[in-house]
Write a new protein. Sequence first.
Length: 133
Amino acid sequence: MTVAVRFPDAEAVVASALAAVAAVPVRTVIPAPRPTSFVRLLRTGGVARTTVTDAPILTVEAWAQRPSQAAALAATTRAQLHALAGTVAGGVTIGRVTDVSGPQNLPDPVSDQARYTFAVEIYLRGTRFTPGS
């Protein structure tokens, strides 16, 4: 018999865990009004790696007033994400954290606000799914 597994909302789990240690707001959408510095997480891919492990790819955007501040925020956020490996957040076990792409200077084309982006793959453990729950 096959066991069905439900994977957690990667954006919500990681944003919540990161917000607990970050010095700036952590969101999954651009806040309005927009703060001068914040981090945004977006799931941009990834697949289940095992029967019980999802490996979402999260794109991380570090926003700030100047490029040097955005670069520093990206570096700090990257380190904080790697430090989540081996922890439990919101009842979800976070496994390994792997870089997919390093920080890139990518100013927002609409606002021209400084922004650095990078991507990580984060392994998250799913839970047994029971139909009707």
